[in-house]
Design a protein around this ligand. Structure first.
Ligand code: SF4
Length: 321
């Protein structure tokens, strides 16, 4: 009998039922729905105000701006068709019954509320869909849109995902985010107390950010009324402004060991009830340049697990209310 494989997982916190040293999404769904739930990605054809000139041009420096693979294949199928396709796959592979419709590509609140309502209603009408997750920018959310989303929360699970990437104004400027920290805070305040769950995206690996700066971002988000976090590794993608900067003046990217150390330290600073929805980034095989280790998400997660076990690290270890 393999000792390692059958070793019982120690549950550190009563919410973390899958035995990880952090509150992973699987545990959250089990606690909330008593079962597994799968997020189905949707590309609803949205654009981005940081590209079309209404907030900025050129986009964030690490963004390739191409949208999903589905978009690159031609005319986008409708919301229902995309969800039914995703359901088919997960039902076959995992016998899944419940799903969250994840509006992922570009800025998914960038439209008039009446138009957004049509899209969100369509997603929620699909059999098995129990909720929405809407990825967006903090400067693309208005009180009317928050009211619309809050209206779904009585019956459905609703997550709003804000890209922040860094709490440091200098970083927001250098990555050309096109919004300020204050605008982010205003958008957070709009959601507070509405029943909408808030998830924030951050990037670890900006070449000018020290470990201390990353941990300062962790302390900053830990002080917000936050329900979830997504942590991405910085990826160097061909054709992006970041790639152009790199070609002019190459800079170092994080090693996997340093990335893992920073992720672990980040999680230590978060409250234990914040759901960790992502710990690294992957994909983009055709334009991916570096760092090489980021190609293998599973290995990154394994390294993180080993590091956490060896150092006794867990989410909330350094957090104090
Ligand atoms: S806000 Fe999102 S879609 Fe828009 S440029 Fe930045 S990363 Fe790309």
């Amino acid at each position: 009998m393999s000792k390692g494989r059958n070793r019982e997982k120690k549950i550190i916190h009563p919410l973390w039922v899958s035995g990880k040293p952090y509150y992973d999404l699987k545990s959250y769904y089990r606690n909330r729905f008593g079962d597994r739930v799968y997020k189905l990605q949707i590309d609803a054809g949205f654009t981005c105000p940081n590209r079309d000139g209404s907030r900025g041009r050129g986009g964030c420096i690490y963004c390739d701006g191409r949208g999903s693979e589905l978009r690159r294949q031609g005319a986008l199928p409708g919301i229902t068709a995309q969800l039914e396709e995703g359901k088919k796959l997960y039902r076959r592979l995992r016998r899944a019954q419940r799903f969250v419709a994840y509006f992922q590509t570009a800025t998914n609140t960038y439209g008039e509320p009446v138009y957004l309502k049509r899209l969100y209603d369509e997603a929620l009408a699909v059999d098995g869909v129990v909720g929405l997750a809407i990825g967006t920018r903090p400067d693309a959310v208005t009180p009317e849109i928050v009211d619309l989303l809050a209206g779904y929360t009585g019956k459905h699970e609703v997550w709003l995902e804000y890209g922040l990437q860094s709490s440091h104004p200098v970083s927001l400027e250098r990555i050309n985010r096109g919004h300020t920290r204050e605008e982010f805070e205003e958008a957070v305040a709009l959601v507070a107390g509405t029943g909408i769950r808030l998830c924030v995206h951050v990037i670890i690996g900006l070449p000018w950010e020290s470990r201390e700066m990353v941990f300062a971002t962790a302390d900053y988000v830990a002080g917000l009324p936050l329900d979830g976090i997504k942590i991405h590794s910085l990826l160097l993608l061909a054709g992006t402004p970041l790639h152009e900067l790199y070609r002019k003046k190459p800079f170092s990217l994080l090693t996997r060991d340093e990335y893992v150390r920073r992720v672990s330290g980040f999680l230590e600073r978060l409250p234990p009830q914040v759901v960790v929805q992502r710990l690294t980034a992957e994909g983009y095989r055709d334009i991916f340049l570096a760092p090489d280790w980021a190609r293998n998400k599973l290995q990154v997660l394994q390294h993180l697990a080993r590091f956490q076990a060896e150092t006794g690290s867990f989410q909330g270890r350094l957090w104090s209310s």
